[in-house]
Design a protein around this ligand. Structure first.
Ligand code: ZN
Length: 150
């Protein structure tokens, strides 16, 4: 394993422990919010994400609860830090960059400016069975955002 792989693995382990955004928070009264529950049958991961929009319609608050492997839990934590405060369009842009990286089967060079700690999941993209683990919280957030927008 090279130094970068080791660094990325450490990022994932740290986030799996710290779990930014967990547990789930009640949405503030008067704010639009949406939630989504997603299940990954391959690995058994479960996650429920709640997105609360701020007055400008941005992702004001993201919170979640879940159970599953380190990759799925770390990805939700990274996503919370990365996506909080973003506009819907900026979130969708990052989602498509992340999805493209996860479909690369290890071939992508991650854009750390766009993905920040989410770049650490590039190694996971070599293992097709684990890609869903890393994508689960992103898919849940996208669905929660759609629900919040009615
Ligand atoms: Zn998993």
């Amino acid at each position: 394993m090279n130094d970068l792989d080791q660094l990325y693995q450490q990022v994932i382990l740290d986030h799996a422990k710290a779990r930014s955004g967990s547990p789930l928070q009640e949405a503030a009264a008067g704010h639009r919010h949406g939630e989504s529950h997603q299940h990954n049958p391959i690995c058994g991961d479960q996650i429920k994400v709640r997105v609360e929009l701020d007055d400008s319609g941005n992702l004001g608050k993201i919170s979640w609860e879940g159970e599953g492997c380190s990759i799925s839990m770390a990805s939700a934590s990274v996503l919370t830090e990365l996506a909080t405060g973003l506009s819907r369009d900026d979130f969708m842009d990052k989602l498509s960059v992340f999805r493209e990286m996860m479909r690369s089967r290890g071939a992508a060079t991650p854009d750390e400016e766009v993905l920040e700690d989410a770049a650490a999941f590039v190694g996971v993209s070599k293992f097709p069975a684990r890609v869903k683990c890393a994508m689960l919280s992103w898919v849940a957030t996208e669905a929660a955002l759609l629900a919040a927008n009615g």
